[in-house]
Design a protein around this ligand. Structure first.
Ligand code: PFF
Length: 462
């Protein structure tokens, strides 16, 4: 077991790989956008509450489930429910979800690569205009970038878990974090930035609505890579002597830390660069908007540092953000690959080939849904607007399904697996130690208010 190439070589290796999965576009773009749209401080408060009260126990549940069964999500659901049909179906949802997320996430990753390349060739000033952004995401170059991204994913995944994912995460994640802090400090020197700071840190409780609650919950799930089988899969690569509780805490802290610092950079920047914009009015297409907004932060550096240096800083940022996105993308794709390998009795290479082909086709469709192909850009009509395939995927799999999958995990643990088995699995590495607050809290909350809160949010917001 010790030399299994699909096992993490050390606890820190796991934490880094899990952090590599968790830290991604969700932290750098998703969190600041969600915070800006959902009332700043009120959102921040809810977000932190959900990370501690709901997500930490669920991280532990997923990791324990993975390690105890040594299975992919479908296998884990099947094993603990003793092949019960409904639960196998629920397990299948834990495979479809990462697949669908990979389909839209790869498009965002492609944009970051494109930004990096465009800044390198001196186009930072043009990138800062929304018109240019619209042109860029519909240009044929996107497909060249997509091919490059898919190629990189294959290279990392072929290296196996230890060599591929661990190594990529080890050096670049800390660099990204340091860079974010530096950028946040710079942004705070801009005029009107303190208004953004105030907005970010003042919880206006009257702004909390169900949609804000749902926004914070979905963002927390997405950011921590919860509810999509990734932590079950990674749990199955953990060794019995690894301390799950410590790993879960480190994962939650790292991921939340990066998101908070990204917010610290972005929200004051929105106020400084667009002093007349009401951030709550950011439209639904704001993922795109915020993408075109980032170059503006670097353009604001030009008077101080000159165009060349600002472009260099921008290029470094987009490169690091791109690496963060790739490590996340790799981890999502790992879920269906591991499942197909085990369930379909395929070799790892065959499973990888099939999943990559399917994700590439899906990604091409979603990349073509920004006006180039009509039926893809008018894919559905709801909430009074035409929605593109890309939007539908985000709405369904980011906004709705993740907390629902979390609910299924709670019910599986409580009804099928039984909580004492989960708690025993959590404690395998430190049997002699008394269980800490988190184990005790998890044991209790997973049967009571976590499912209650998740079910309520799901019912009210669907
Ligand atoms: N957590 C990643 C982010 O915040 O960008 C996104 C992600 C990674 C989602 C891995 C899903 C996943 F399995």
């Amino acid at each position: 077991m010790q030399n299994n190439p699909d096992q993490f070589s050390s606890k820190i290796g796991f934490v880094l790989a899990a952090a590599g999965s968790a830290v991604g576009i969700g932290n750098l773009v998703g969190f600041p956008v969600a915070a800006a749209k959902n009332g700043g401080g009120a959102f921040l408060l809810l977000y932190i509450f959900f990370v501690i009260a709901i997500c930490l126990p669920l991280i532990l549940a997923e990791l324990s489930l993975g390690r105890a069964t040594n299975q992919n999500p479908l296998g884990a659901f099947r094993q603990v429910s003793r092949n019960h049909k409904a639960w196998v179906l629920a397990g299948a949802l834990s495979l479809i979800t990462p697949f669908m997320i990979a389909v839209f996430y790869s498009v965002l990753t492609v944009w970051l690569l494109g930004y990096f390349l465009l800044v390198l060739i001196g186009q930072l000033d043009q990138l800062a205009t929304p018109v240019y952004f619209g042109g860029f995401i519909t240009s044929p170059w996107i497909f060249a970038c997509l091919a490059a991204v898919i190629g990189m994913v294959i290279v990392v995944l072929k290296g196996g878990v230890r060599d591929g994912i661990e190594k990529a995460s080890r050096l670049l994640m800390p660099m990204l974090f340091i860079m974010l802090i530096g950028l946040a400090v710079f942004v705070l020197t801009l005029p009107n930035a303190t208004a953004g700071l105030k907005f970010y840190f003042t919880p206006q409780l009257d702004r909390i609505t169900w949609s804000v609650v749902n926004g914070a919950l979905s963002q927390a799930f997405f950011s921590l890579s919860l509810g999509m089988g990734i932590l079950i899969t990674y749990g199955s690569y953990l060794r019995k002597q690894d301390n799950l509780v410590q790993s879960a805490k480190m994962l939650a802290c790292t991921d939340t830390g990066v998101a908070l610092v990204a917010g610290l950079m972005t929200l004051p920047a929105i106020f400084a660069i667009y002093p007349n914009t009401n951030p709550s009015e950011l439209s639904d297409s704001s993922v795109g908007l915020i993408f075109s907004f980032f170059p503006n932060i670097f353009m604001a550096m030009v008077p101080k540092f000159g165009y060349a240096v600002s472009s260099l800083i921008a290029a470094t940022f987009f490169l690091l953000a791109f690496v963060a996105a790739i490590t996340s993308l790799v981890s999502i794709i790992e879920v269906p690959v591991a499942a197909l390998k085990a369930e379909g009795k395929k070799t790892r290479n065959a499973a990888l080939g099939i999943v990559i082909a399917a994700v590439s086709i899906g990604a091409m469709f979603s990349a073509l849904s920004f006006g180039q192909v009509k039926w893809l850009s008018d894919f559905a009509f709801y909430s009074g607007a035409n929605k593109s395939l890309f939007d539908v995927l985000v709405d369904v799999f980011y906004d709705t399904i993740l907390p629902f999958n979390g609910l299924l995990i709670c019910l599986l643990v409580v009804w099928q697996w039984k909580r004492h088995n989960m708690t025993a699995e959590m404690l395998t590495s430190n049997k002699n130690a008394a269980s800490g607050w988190l184990e005790r809290y998890t044991h209790f909350a997973i049967a009571f208010w976590i499912p209650l809160i998740l079910a309520t949010v799901f019912v009210v917001t669907v």
